[in-house]
Design a protein around this ligand. Structure first.
Ligand code: SF4
Ligand code: F3S
Length: 413
């Protein structure tokens, strides 16, 4: 059996002309045959989801989804795969929870709907009673050995939790707080990320996690660090529209603040990935996807405040008015994002601001917001004015302005 280090190396460096699962299954078979590992009884629940993770895993042609999940895991319940239906399937599910308590793997696909006591999402019948996803996750996670959330919805709420989120969609780790939930995000999650983590759990136990509980094995570095267009970013060669050559930062690429290995792993049988296909990364493995990363095709950082929409709009106007070069914009945006979204850059867990304790504090925060907004508006107007003024300059004026700026003297308009 491979050592853990060799396993990690394999996951990181496989020249993937074949699927990672194809490389891993023989290793698992050998370990099982030698008695160095046992197949983990597994329950796969689908909650508030588009079934994206199951479909993504189904992209694994060889081995097939069925082969993958049955050879690697002792799949006791998965509503897509279980041969039994209705009461028989639920019997197997409940028996596993009782008989394998402390020993089974709980995989959750989709967000937990928490509003109205979870009644936005019922997933099976028990003794004639509808059971909500919220109840099932809470009950089953308590007895599980490991809990794995697959896909951004299960990890962080994802698109299911997008504004206005009437169902109160949340990530599993916001509901299951008494044990670690391994987050394998993505929209959908890559088949390799899921099979890699399942295999790690079967062979070596808990993988190393970052502060968002994402396995460092696959989510340890930013997209930007590994991107094939990075040199163009450094050289200041930027695409003006998606699909063009050049770094896609100006058309909204969130690679600098997104942690995943898409550039080296690629998608759809290792053929392509978003940036290579000319589309900016929209940050689908991020804890703030999608609301916190919109607008997708705009390079501005999102700014999370109680007056979110307002500030995004104002900040958009400000940067548009700035009209500075892409690298300058990047620096300005970085200053913004570092100050307001430091955790995006560092991959650290955000700390919620303490709620105001009294009316005076509420008033103070509100006044601060209005002040910030007014400052942004004033700056926008000033810059628009300067920009208009600059357009009217004649060539000699521009030359004079250039030399004066170099000398740090204020330009004479
Ligand atoms: Fe970074 Fe995106 Fe540009 Fe690639 S395309 S270098 S990830 S900003
Ligand atoms: Fe998602 Fe960005 Fe990869 S959008 S698929 S993390 S390139």
């Amino acid at each position: 059996m491979l050592s853990r280090r060799q396993f990690i190396q394999l996951c990181l460096t496989t020249t993937l002309t074949t699927s990672l699962a194809d490389c891993l299954l023989p290793i698992v078979r050998e370990a099982l045959a030698q008695g160095k590992a046992v197949k983990t009884p597994t329950i796969w629940l689908e909650l508030g989801s588009c079934t994206g993770e199951s479909i993504s895993l189904d992209n694994a042609v060889n081995p097939s989804l069925y082969q993958l999940l049955t050879e690697l895991l002792d799949m006791r319940y998965n509503w897509l795969l279980t041969a039994a239906h209705g009461d028989l399937a639920i019997k197997s599910l409940l028996e596993t929870v009782e008989q394998e308590a402390g020993n089974y793997l709980l995989v959750v696909e989709g967000a937990v709907m928490t509003a109205a006591n979870g009644s936005f999402n019922h997933i099976f019948l028990r003794n004639g009673e509808m059971v909500t996803g919220l109840t099932a996750v809470t009950e089953f996670a308590a007895k599980a050995k490991y809990v794995v959330a697959v896909g951004d919805c299960a990890c962080f709420g994802g698109p299911a939790a997008a504004h206005p989120n009437p169902g109160g969609a949340k990530g599993v780790w916001q509901v299951v707080t008494n044990k670690p939930v391994i987050n394998v995000p993505g929209c959908p999650s890559h088949p390799d990320w899921m099979t890699g983590i399942f295999t790690h759990l079967v062979l070596y136990g808990m993988p190393e996690l970052d502060s968002y509980n994402r396995p460092k094995l696959f989510f340890g570095r930013t997209i930007h660090d590994q991107c094939q267009r990075r040199q163009q970013f450094e050289d200041g060669i930027f695409a003006q529209f998606p699909g063009e050559s050049g770094c896609l930062y100006k058309v909204g690429c969130k690679g600098p603040v997104t942690h995943a290995d898409c550039p080296s792993r690629e998608w759809n049988h290792y053929v392509n990935w978003p940036v290579k296909a000319g589309s900016p990364c929209i940050g689908c493995t991020s804890p703030h996807f999608p609301d916190g990363l919109m607008p997708f095709y705009n390079h501005l950082p999102n700014i999370q405040t109680p007056a979110t929409a307002l500030n995004i709009k104002r900040a958009g106007q400000l940067f548009a008015a700035l009209g500075v070069g892409a690298v300058g914009t990047h620096l300005a945006a970085s200053i913004f994002s570092r100050r307001i979204h430091r955790h995006f850059i560092n991959g650290t867990k955000p700390t919620d601001p303490a709620p105001p304790e009294n009316l005076m504090q509420v008033k103070q925060e509100w006044d601060d917001l209005i002040r910030q907004q007014n400052a942004l508006l004033a700056e926008t107007k000033r810059l628009e004015h300067v920009k208009r003024g600059r357009k009217k300059q004649s060539l000699p004026q521009k030359a004079r302005r250039f030399w004066q700026t170099e000398n740090n003297d204020p330009p004479k308009e």
